[in-house]
Design a protein around this ligand. Sequence first.
Ligand code: TXA
Ligand code: MG
Length: 314
Amino acid sequence: MSAIIHAANDASVDDAALQLKEGKLVAFPTETVYGLGADALSDQAVASIYAMKERPSFNPLIVHVRDQYLAESLGEFSLEAKKLAAHFWPGPLTLVVKRSKNCRASRLVSAGLDTIALRMPRHPIAQALLERFGGPIAAPSANPSGKLSPTRAEHVAAHLPELGYILDGGACEIGIESTVLAVDGDRVRLLRPGSITREMVEEALDQWIEVGGESIQAPGMLASHYAPSRPVRLQAAAAGANEALLAFGNHAPQGAGITLNLSPKGDLEEAATNLFAMLHALDDPRYQAIAVMPIPEEGVGVALNDRLRRAAHP
Ligand code: TXA
Ligand code: MG
């Protein structure tokens, strides 16, 4: 573990912004998960994100912005896109829109598409870094491609040991990645569920939205993604021998091997906050598999089950 963790403060945020200006990578906290950031205007810097994550070159990246003005210089905002930004930004929502005519972001962030994914985070450290750096920051989740997303600085350090700079802002509040919406004119599609639910989006827009899409090129839309190293078994009533149990609610079976409970009181938001940290903790060679109790398919539960299905996919 050689990555260097720096407690986030004015001095380390300044340092991190300098690293970004030099084309280097910096991991930083957001309200969802930790991001692996690079100068979004630099081909070389963006290319090094793909290299460090071993991310397939066809999987585009989210570009983080500090304000709406910068967002609209990079992407084309329809009325619907503006409404969504006004309603949910800063916050855990990513908007995939057409690249603007004079978009200065590296083409690599779009992975060959004519669209760009934009997000304005609300985490104060992410905001401070965007402010000091000045420009847009490309940042996927700070994990090797296909692995669990990091919700603490220690997860980043453990899985990306070559990374030189990690800003530590403690545990992420939401714990699962942002909701991703594709907005093409007045057509809105949910590409990745998150803590901003489909119902919340429909209420903000006062219109129904589509779910999924005919040809989602890559996202965390790949069937197998967010995967721990050992098998995950869903809809478990209890853990078998040699299994660790990821429980939910107050009916968790007692006794057997190790159990972590996503939320003993059955709160889905609390469960989302804990999901990746608990999967990281149970992903231990002492167990052959991770058994997961059922989680209701409602509210943030939709996003939780989405991540769990991908974690369980062989
Ligand atoms: O919460 C988050 O979104 C975190 C934090 C760091 O902001 N970031 C994150 O990035 O989860 P990443 O790269 O792990 O996931 C980005 C998702 C992927 O599923 C990617 O395929 C999709 O957004 N995406 C990015 N650009 C896209 C585009 N132009 N069209 C369609 N999907 C896109
Ligand atoms: Mg990711």
